[in-house]
Write a protein that binds this ligand. Structure first.
Ligand SMILES: [Zn+2]
Length: 451
């Protein structure tokens, strides 16, 4: 049987780095740095970032791990994990993992997969092996590491679980979604092969491919030794990296410059009480409270911003009857402009006005769809927009006459039995009216004239 486990790293969404005040948002390389995060001799870390610890506890609770509370003699002691690599100027990484460390949370479960432990650590710098350049903006960013038991048995199961994990973590706004996740994957076949760890894979699709490649390799070669490998995304293969370090190779010692973290039960209770609803809870709410079909509710819950927009929209319209304005129209315009909902400014109130105007027939559906396009990047009140209301039915007939006169070929084709030509003619009427003619009236009028 295949046994697959994950170590997932995600960037915590904090304003400052873990042990200094440098910003976590920087665009140009090496602009958000100081003596601490570049490991200058003599520099000492500041006290660990409280926000990072709080977010780690939130994640621990969301994954139902047991948080290690200091009243139970479990102080979290910062470790120095030593290794020599160009990305690590001070020669060690500060982490709450390792042989002597107490993790923030342990023994959890998320969607059927056991979570062994959860810890906080600092990220090393980014080193480019081709150019040799190093970017220290990344050095010292707070990272959460989620370690699962080897409970997965296939690559599909891993991909599905990871997608759900990312959605769930985005609900508590603890992880920087834009920075993505990276994962180490370990794979072996029970009783047949020794474990291989594939380091630092950066996307779910690469994780899937690496697992499939490794499972085949293990079936065929039955490796007898533990090994660390890397994923080569150009060749779609894994390659040996080095023989796996044992914990002793890292020479873990507790860091004398950093005090132990004490987590107080009361604080954990407060964080627990303030945790937002999970995707499952939101799904139930959309179905039960707002009566939205399960299929649509599932589309919405993939994105918290979308759910929040619908909840707000329910103040203005009966969302169950108009949900396609969100699940189809809004997603269409976002897709088209390659934007996410977070990158644009859309107010539920404005979408509500638009839907109500279609409902009371003051504007056409086509016009409303066109206005929806204009809602990117910022929505507006249609009350401020002139020339959008439906034209009078009496104004439609002259438009039909004009279109028939100007398109003799299409008229002839239609009379010879080509149904498509009718749609072409209606399209002409709609564009002449600037999408303000009632579609059905235009069609009826046109058919009358063509007889
Ligand atoms: Zn710094």
């Amino acid at each position: 049987m295949s046994l697959i486990g994950l170590e997932i790293h995600g960037y915590l969404d904090t304003k400052e780095k873990l042990f200094c005040n440098c910003s976590t948002n920087s665009e140009k390389p090496n602009t958000s740095i100081c003596p601490i995060c570049t490991g200058q001799p003599g520099s000492k870390p500041m006290l660990p970032n409280k926000e990072a610890i709080k977010k780690s506890i939130q994640i621990g609770l969301m994954l139902s791990t047991k948080i290690n509370i200091s009243e139970n003699e479990k102080n979290l002691i910062w470790q120095r994990k030593h290794y020599n690599w160009p990305d690590l100027p001070k020669g060690y990484q500060n982490t709450l993992s390792g042989s002597y460390a107490v993790p923030i949370g342990e023994n959890g479960k998320f969607l059927g997969v056991r979570i062994r432990e959860l810890h906080l650590e600092e990220d090393p710098a980014a080193w480019d092996p081709v150019t040799g350049q190093i970017d220290y903006n990344r050095s010292g960013l707070p990272l959460i590491e989620i370690v699962t038991e080897p409970d997965f048995t296939s690559s599909e199961q891993v991909a599905d679980w990871l997608k759900n994990l990312i959605i769930t973590l985005s609900y508590i706004k603890s992880i920087k979604k834009s920075s993505g996740i990276k994962a180490d994957v370990n794979v072996n076949i029970k009783g047949k092969s020794e474990r291989a760890e594939i380091k630092n894979i950066h996307s779910i699709s690469d994780i899937t491919k690496a697992i499939e490649y490794e499972l085949k390799r293990h079936e065929k070669d039955k490796p007898k030794f533990k090994e660390t490998r890397r994923w080569n995304s150009q060749k779609n293969i894994t390659e040996p990296m080095r023989t796996k370090e044992s914990q002793a190779d890292y020479r873990f010692i507790s860091d004398p410059d950093l005090p132990a973290i004490k987590i107080i039960e009361k604080e954990v209770e407060e964080i627990k009480a303030s945790l937002p609803e999970t995707p499952e809870e939101k799904l139930k709410k959309l179905i039960k409270k707002h009566k939205i079909a399960e299929k649509d509710a599932k589309i919405l819950t993939k994105n918290l911003e979308l759910v929040e927009l619908v909840e707000e929209l329910s103040k203005y319209v009966d969302v169950k009857n108009h949900i396609s304005w969100i699940t189809i129209e809004l997603l269409r315009v976002l897709n088209y402009s390659k934007k996410t909902l977070e990158e644009v400014e859309i107010q539920a109130k404005h979408i509500g006005e638009l839907i109500n105007a279609v409902k009371d027939k003051s504007i056409t559906e086509l016009k409303a769809k066109q206005i929806m396009n204009e809602f990117i990047p910022k929505s507006f009140s249609i009350k401020d927009k002139k020339g959008i209301s439906k034209i009078k039915d009496s104004e439609i007939k002259p438009l039909c006459i004009k279109v028939i006169k100007e398109n003799p070929k299409a008229v002839e084709d239609y009379k010879n039995g080509e149904e498509k030509s009718l749609n072409f003619l209606i399209g002409k009427i709609m564009s002449l009216s600037n999408k303000r003619a009632d579609f059905k009236t235009a069609k009826d009028e046109l058919l009358k004239l063509l007889k």
